[in-house]
Design a protein around this ligand. Structure first.
Ligand SMILES: *Cc1c(COP(=O)(O)O)cnc(C)c1O
Length: 531
């Protein structure tokens, strides 16, 4: 049956409007389910740290009920410090067979034996934290929670050589909140001004192309384009653009989204060299996918003085609904130096801005300015991530660190890579991959498919005669599969982005088959027309 839908009406839609229309089309038939491979939300999640969370909650409630128990009216008190550890150890022994309880016991030992932290204070922080009975104090992050998560972040970001005492964390409501906070505080603190240049590693997550050009910031974007022919690494000539002293900051996602490739060692070296020449360059890196990569090294590990690191627990732990992320910044960093060197007029204004918080606002660190700005400064005393959220974050971090044979990581990698293999097998192509690939997403390049399945002439004909969003709409219409256009992510070739994290293997097979069928149809059309 020939498809007669008119696709031209979709030509000028924004990426998000396009997505909404694709979903509508894919849902339009009652006789099939929609496959939405456009979303980044994973369909797997970590169960052990969640079991531990709920069991810790059971224990914490028992502790709370020790107070006011004579009233027996659903009123409890704050946990009692005296004897807390003993009662906890008893709880662990009594309930050892209950899923999550053994984990808690092991975590308690890991805190003491491996991380060298005070296990009694830690327990108190966790029990009070999970009850959510106090404002988060310190507001930036609970003290021992910060130490645990620092260890996790340093390990996962390939920065083990740094010591926990050399950096600070700010616990936030996910990576995207982190970005909103950072842009706002950079503006408030004169680090970026209207008309300044900001370099953006492309292709990139669509909203990150939109933030800098908002009326709030009015920054000029300079794209640093990665090259599909280099398996999405940045060519040296692109990276060298960063040597331009008028570029204030380099904003990137690593491993990237959508190509899902980590920056290779050669490019890391080039960036380190650029930073030597440009010690003032601010690097803002979103490394949410770093935990999925093999032997990952963040730019935070390479250039710790220049880099603001954003990490999110959303993807790796399947925890988008929890809203968990951190911002990391070294004590010795260029941002604080730049603020101290601002013109005295600007510094006076800033001192006034932060004078309600500290007596010496000129020494207030950028990371603490982020905390204050996140609550319009005046409400600084209620800033911070909710304490139960911090407890779950700590349990996620501990789960990964205590997993000595990396079994969770290995399982996730297997799930994702099998899906990629299934998609490409059914498409009839070889899946190109190397050690830098993460495969959380895959970019299906239209021209590449046509060339590999047929020939170069046909690939050129496709580029000339077919609108790439037509491919997306036909796939949505005919197969009920939603893919996002690569173009919205500043991909330069016509392509579609599929997430490999949110459908099951057989569904990726269906996507592959459907695209192959479409290519076949296009080829038949091409043959008829070129007769
Ligand atoms: C999914 C994703 C995130 C996660 O954001 P949260 O707010 O933590 O859920 C962050 N950055 C990128 C590039 C992503 O793709």
């Amino acid at each position: 049956m020939k498809n007669t839908t008119d696709f031209s009406k979709y030509a000028n839609l924004s990426p998000f409007e396009l997505k909404d229309n694709l979903i509508k089309l894919a849902q339009s038939r009652a006789d099939r389910v929609m496959l939405n491979a456009g979303r980044g939300n994973p369909n797997f999640l970590a169960t052990f740290p969640r079991q531990a969370f709920f069991q810790l909650g059971v224990f914490a409630i028992q502790e709370s009920e020790m107070s006011y128990s004579y009233l027996n009216e659903g009123v409890g008190g704050f946990p009692i410090k005296a004897g807390l550890t003993g009662r906890f150890e008893h709880f662990i022994r009594q309930n050892y067979q209950t899923p999550g309880v053994a984990f808690l016991g092991k975590a308690f030992s890991y805190i003491r034996d491996q991380l060298g932290l005070d296990e009694n204070k830690f327990l108190q922080e966790m029990v009070e934290g999970i009850l959510g009975c106090n404002y988060p104090v310190p507001d930036r992050m609970l003290t021992l929670s910060e130490e645990v998560v620092k260890s996790y972040v340093l390990e996962q970001m390939g920065a083990q050589y740094l010591h926990r005492d050399e950096l600070d964390l700010f616990a936030v409501e996910g990576g995207t909140a982190a970005m909103a906070y950072i842009f706002n505080s950079m503006k408030e603190n004169g680090l970026i001004e209207k008309g300044d240049k900001i370099a953006i590693g492309a292709p990139i997550f669509t909203p990150y192309l939109e933030i800098p050009s908002l009326n709030d910031y009015q920054l000029v974007e300079v794209l640093i384009n990665s090259d599909p022919n280099l398996n999405w690494q940045y060519p040296e000539s692109e990276l060298r653009k960063l040597e331009d002293p008028s570029i204030k900051a380099f904003f990137l996602v690593n491993p990237s989204n959508p190509p899902s490739v980590k920056i290779d060692n050669k490019s890391l070296k080039i960036i380190a060299d650029i930073v030597k020449k440009r010690p003032d360059l601010i690097i803002l890196t979103d490394d949410v996918y770093g935990t999925f990569a093999d032997n990952f090294q963040s730019l935070f590990a390479i250039c710790p003085k220049n880099t603001i690191l954003v990490y999110s627990f959303s993807k790796y732990f399947g925890a988008t609904g929890w809203r968990l992320g951190v911002i990391a910044l070294s004590h010795d960093n260029v941002i604080d130096k730049t603020i101290r060197a601002l013109p005295s007029k600007t510094r006076k204004i800033l001192d006034k801005r932060y004078s309600s918080i500290v007596t010496d606002p000129e020494n207030l660190k950028f990371i603490d300015r982020l905390v204050a700005d996140s609550r319009a400064v005046a409400l600084n005393h209620t800033a911070g991530l909710s304490t139960p959220q911090q407890v779950q974050m700590v349990l996620f971090a501990l789960c990964e660190m205590m997993d000595a044979d990396q079994s969770y990581k290995a399982t996730l990698k297997t799930i994702i890579r099998r899906r990629a293999a299934s998609l490409y097998q059914h498409l009839g192509l070889k899946h190109k991959t190397d050690e830098n690939n993460v495969d959380y997403y895959t970019l299906i390049d239209l021209e590449h498919i046509c060339r590999e399945l047929y020939d170069d002439k046909f690939a050129k004909w496709i580029l000339k005669n077919k609108n790439p969003s037509e491919m997306l709409f036909r796939i949505a219409d005919e197969a009920g599969v939603v893919l996002l256009p690569g173009k919205g992510f500043a991909v330069q070739h016509p392509s579609a982005r599929a997430s490999l994290a949110n459908l099951n293997e057989y569904q990726y097979a269906a996507i592959g088959l459907s695209m192959r069928k479409l290519a076949q149809e296009y080829y038949d059309e091409y043959k008829t027309k070129s007769k």
